[in-house]
Design a protein around this ligand. Sequence first.
Ligand code: UDP
Ligand code: MG
Length: 342
Amino acid sequence: MHAIAERASEYSHPAFMDAAHTAAAPYLTVVIPVLNEAENLPILAERLTDALEKLGRTYEIIIIDDGSRDASFTILTDLARTNPHLRVVRLRRNFGQTAAFSAGFDRARGEVVVTLDADLQNDPADIGMLLERIDAGYDVVSGWRAHRQDPFLNRRLPSIIANWIISRVTGVHLHDFGCSLKAYRTEVLSEIRLYGELHRFIPAIASWQGVAVTELPVHHAPRQFGKSKYGIGRTLRVILDLITIRFLLSYGTRPMQIFGLFGLILSGLGMLTGVYLTYTKLVYNESIGNRPLLLLAVLLIVVGMQLISMGLVGELVVRTYYETQSKPIYVVREEIGGEASS
Ligand code: UDP
Ligand code: MG
């Protein structure tokens, strides 16, 4: 609860005090990224309002126009005029879905944030189901498109493989990291900075904080209007992001431990090879100048030293990162007694 209070005070900063923010904070914030979804938006708004009104909880909708070049923004402006719950944020250009989510999270005032796609592939009627799980005590509820309506070869198959690898590497076992329909307790999001294609890894990053993550089968419809913004190329980018995540989760605060280890092993091997070559030269008087092994020894030592220096530079970067932002290297759940309550 502390984190929420802190966020609320953050938003009472004059820069954030526009009309939408003077009202009491709602329970739920729905965040939706939009890139060229003109035909979908009116239907989306209608279904969303239907679903949200049924829940009987206070809510706000934040739609991020991520640099659309069709009529999306005009349509959103019209919708916002008649719908007091709707807030539209227009980015200057296309920054990508992760950045769009991030813009939404920064503005979310609800206790719970739900994300979904604007293309009607996710069903707003599922939101209630996710919220029940949040009520049951989970911090992150991830949708699982159990009957995914996308082409098999270039979408579902790569996704199955990617999800398997991501589960393996992160240790968070979900069937469908890529599903946008997810619900989060807001304080979980406030600890997370997003880059690259990282939005799909939020459950994995969050689990590092020690929060409870679960998944829930949700509906999925084929795309009717507009085009998918992604192709097979995304799989590669996701895999690269995965390497980053794995690194940050295990060695983010101690890069020397991994770079230094490999550096020591490599330069150690190089030195041993060098000692062996010197020995044959001195004792048996063999010529070693034209031996491939000599090249290998030099290579191993140089690369090893480089890795060790990279580890050292990494340590400096980490210190700068945490200390300039006064960022703790831990996450507190709650504090009781003593000075904590004052
Ligand atoms: N999107 C976005 N910025 C982008 C790409 C996509 O805001 O650079 C939005 C898009 O409008 C949609 C959601 O992200 O609401 C998911 O995109 P899409 O449906 O193309 O992905 P898919 O469902 O095919 O994986
Ligand atoms: Mg889609």
